[in-house]
Design a protein around this ligand. Sequence first.
Ligand code: GLU
Length: 300
Amino acid sequence: MSHYRGRFAPTPSGPLHFGSLVAALASFLDARHAGGEWWLRIEDIDPPRCPPGAADEIQRQLEAFGLHWDGPVLWQHGRDGAYQAALDRLIALGLAYPCSCSRKQWRDSPIYPGWCREGVREPANPLAWRLRSDLGLRPVVWQDRLFGEQRFDPATLGDVVLKRKDGLWAYQLAVVVDDAELQISDVVRGFDLLDNTPWQRQLQDALGVPEPRYLHLPLIIGEGGQKLSKQNLAPALPTDDDAVRPLLHAALAALDQSPPADLTGAPVAELLAWGIAHWEVSRIRPEPHRTTEGDALPPD
Ligand code: GLU
């Protein structure tokens, strides 16, 4: 492969849990197996959601699992100039518009009905900026490396927010600008972001930046059937080596890579070397994966 550059892009809203380990590990193994680079970008565009120390803890957790990244850590804070330039371009293309509507006003509709498309309804109120999903690339079609052909009409998903009323940048815009700037060739991330990809493809198309390859990973759910997430209090990944080794083995197993049982207590470097050498995307089953690792709910 001529150029492979992947990334792990956690939001530092809390420490990593088993679900995030699986995503980080898959993107790391995919990059290293291809002889490519793997970068770390901390997606801290929403400071109120990012408690102090969380980004440091994430880095310590990745290091404990041997997931060493290339290059300096990238941050999203302080990138306003780049995001604003992208928004200005979209405005000039007629693909972004200001919007005063509050969620409460359109609560009876499944998606934002586009009321401000032809002019802001309440210009004196705080304004968000939204994408004209009806005027961008449609339909959006891509070949997901695990889930196969994906086809969406972004207009049915709605005019996503690019910049919030409080002035903070939204994930969809920041991720596209930053992946393009870093020349990311491969996005490997959780299934929960698959249906965000259509907006990101529209933005890439409008901004004239290349389309990365996409590999979305199966959802990891706890024994109780819930998605592992910070919201439902999935426990933080440990950093002590004794706890890290079996969990890394479990993460390889959760990716259906079938690590040999006798590698269970093996050193991190050995587990990763095995994982890199044997990495095969075609082994991953697309169905949601149930795990007992990191399940915060008490048993029924
Ligand atoms: N920051 C996002 C998250 O933590 C991931 C972004 C991405 O991989 O595109 O869910």
